[in-house]
Write a protein that binds this ligand. Structure first.
Ligand SMILES: NC(=O)c1ccc[n+]([C@@H]2O[C@H](COP(=O)([O-])OP(=O)(O)OC[C@H]3O[C@@H](n4cnc5c(N)ncnc54)[C@H](OP(=O)(O)O)[C@@H]3O)[C@@H](O)[C@H]2O)c1
Length: 353
């Protein structure tokens, strides 16, 4: 393992787990040594269950997926766990891992609203990580719901300029947001489904928390009203969101465009999976589109990590625009990897080096 930190992927056989494997292959700081999923009658390797269009990472394709509990995983020397477990399953496993000294970076919703857990999108609320981390204590950090992530990334560059009173968002969410089992083809072919269980509530409460202020070890939710419509459409990857901000201030469109173009709060850090810039502004009338914009983000390790904003227009007091982000990368595995890189760079992971 050398000086890289031994890492595990929980839920490695699933959609987000496979994106984790792809993103952590040859990672400069973390080395995947364990892959875990549910119990099976006969053992499988990552390569044999692989479903993403690209080939599985060579360094991990032959690694066996096992099913050990938190105690055995902690004993194996793993120091950091990337969790892609289903909500409900994830909660107790993640708590137990942290108790046993393993820092956890999770995609699951179970701990997102816990008082002592940073709900983190590094370009938007890195201060929450600093405010809630306790020296020497293993971290439990979650990323946001995939739709929330795109929403707050789209809002962050102009938030201070607009002084929003309310945010309305309507999402057009990809099928992969529902994991490898997905949504039954008969529900989505020739159809649009105007309901995703629990999603609208998550978008509202998570974005208020992320946009809130952290002080004295606590996050105070932003009080802005967030009203979401969440809809499933027959797109493979990439959530598109139509955003309408009711604003108290009316900066010129050119000022807002400049704010989008200059936004890069992590510019001075050297986090390997951070996209620069993290939000791209398109001026074409028909962008962003999932098919064309889902893989936005540079350098190559950060492909799929940038959000793309377009159709920016004023209809005072309403500012309107679209944002697109890759649900399984920026809103999923990549978000957790970036969270871990930030914690590592800030010296908040309790292991040497
Ligand atoms: N899909 C997205 O765009 C997205 C975005 C953000 C967050 N998330 C969240 O990320 C998590 C994973 O989502 P996903 O889309 O990757 O789902 P998925 O494709 O259904 O994968 C779920 C994974 O969890 C494992 N698992 C299920 N039950 C288990 C158990 N009792 N014990 C151990 N492992 C178990 C599965 O392993 P088996 O092979 O054994 O079944 C599989 O590896 C969820 O919490 C989801 O809400 C998803």
């Amino acid at each position: 393992v050398g000086d890289r930190v031994p890492a595990a992927i929980l839920g490695a056989s699933g959609l987000i787990g496979q994106h984790f494997a792809r993103l952590l292959d040859d990672h400069p700081r973390f080395e995947v040594t364990s892959l875990l999923a549910g119990e099976r009658e006969s053992p499988v390797t990552l390569g044999s269950v692989w479903q993403l269009p690209e080939d599985p990472p060579r360094s991990l394709a032959d690694l066996r997926i096992t099913s050990v509990g938190p105690a055995a995983l902690a004993r194996s020397g793993v120091r950091i766990a990337f969790s892609a477990l289903p909500s409900g399953v994830a909660g107790p496993v993640e708590t137990e891992l942290r108790r046993r000294g393993v820092s956890v970076f999770s995609n699951a919703s179970d701990h997102r609203m816990d008082d002592d857990v940073p709900l983190l999108v590094p370009e938007v609320n890195a201060a929450h990580l600093r405010a809630l981390a306790r020296p020497g204590r293993p971290l439990l950090v979650t990323n946001a719901n995939c739709t929330t992530t795109g929403l707050v990334l789209g809002l962050a560059p102009v938030w201070g300029l607009l002084r929003p009173k309310a945010v309305h968002v309507a999402s057009y969410q990809a099928l992969s947001g529902a994991g490898l089992e997905g949504v039954a083809a008969l529900h989505t072919t020739d159809n649009v489904v105007p309901y995703i269980r629990g999603e609208e509530e998550k978008v509202a409460e998570e974005s208020r928390r992320i946009l809130g202020a952290a002080s004295r070890g606590r996050v105070r939710e932003n009080r802005v009203r967030v009203l979401a419509h969440c809809v499933r459409v027959a797109v493979r990857d990439g959530h598109l969101e139509a955003i309408t901000v009711e604003a108290a201030a009316r900066p010129a469109l050119s000022t807002l465009e400049q704010a989008f173009r200059e936004f890069d709060p992590l510019a001075d850090s050297s986090l390997p999976t951070a996209p620069h810039p993290p939000v791209l502004l398109r001026t074409e009338l028909d962008r962003p589109q999932p098919l064309r914009d889902r893989w936005a983000g540079a350098p190559p390790r950060a492909r799929g990590m940038a959000a793309v904003v377009g159709r920016l227009r004023w209809d005072p007091p309403y500012l309107r625009f679209f944002v697109l982000s890759h649900n399984a990368v920026r809103g999923g595995a990549g978000g957790s990897v970036l969270n871990a890189e930030l914690a590592d760079a800030e010296g908040l992971l309790p292991f040497p080096g």
